[in-house]
Design a protein around this ligand. Sequence first.
Ligand code: KG4
Ligand code: ZN
Length: 325
Amino acid sequence: MILSIESSCDDSSIAITEIATKKLIYHKKISQELEHSVYGGVVPELASRLHAEALPRILAECEPWFDQLKAIAVTNEPGLGVTLIEGVTMAKALSISLNIPILPINHLKGHIYSLFIEKEAVLPITVLLVSGGHTQLIEVKSYSQMETVATTMDDSYGESFDKVAKMMALGYPGGPLIEELAHSGDAGRLSFTVPLWQSPLIAFSYSGLKNQVRLAVEANGVTAYPDIAAAFQKTATEHLLQKLKKYFKAHPPKRFAIVGGASANLYLRENVMQLLAPYKADLYLSELQYCSDNAAMIGRAALEAYALNEMQSYNNIPINPRCKL
Ligand code: KG4
Ligand code: ZN
């Protein structure tokens, strides 16, 4: 079995995955959303302190499996430096005391393998990764061959929901709050310009849209919040759809997936489904419980790393907060 640890942002999570069967034996996640909510975003030092309390509490429940572990998997990149170090330190301590190696795992690969928890991977696949930290289009050929073909020039899709929710003092994380508020709004009453709509670039940008929303919030006041939320969600999503459409012209998809925390957004899911219809491409989605950060996806990715013999000694685990795929 592999014990996996995730602490790249504001979720403390540990999982145990059986190597031979890919079965998830144990999985627990303690989310810090409530603690960060008053600040409208994640406060890294607070997150780090909360991981230091939560991870050992979860780990205590895993003791019965300690003697069956072959490796400790841990997210070591990318993420918040001060929170990654909590998981990595725990992994190192376990590695030394149980005398087993470490599998350092890239968080983005974890999100991609959230598609295949307790399943065989279906590859190659084109993946849209939309989270709080990333907005990327990735061609996944295998675990070790992934190519980022488009990325954001500034903010990410999920982050823009968080920022808009903060402008409206709704709380954190903003994604589900804005999606919910948008249900009672009229997306046609206000209109925002779709980012980069005239640009031939296949890239993403959310900072300009964020500013448009800020101006609308200031000009229209609280009663317009549902309409603003609806128009924002429509425009933010339209931006993804326009760029995907452009990309698909040269690269018609056969298999397509949306992963990451923001892939839980139903408006996005429905619209991507429609976009894919003419291509007869299959759409892959993670189970809702595995969209946001969790250790089950790190454990699933670790099965691939284990098969590729990517085990490392505890003294060779770099922490790369800004690393890409
Ligand atoms: O993958 P994740 O848990 O953490 C990162 O790796 O960043 O993603 C969290 C992000 C947050 O920005 C959150 O607001 C966003 O995912 N999110 C959503 C929805 N649910 C979560 N964004 C839009 N719509 C949602 N329903
Ligand atoms: Zn994530």
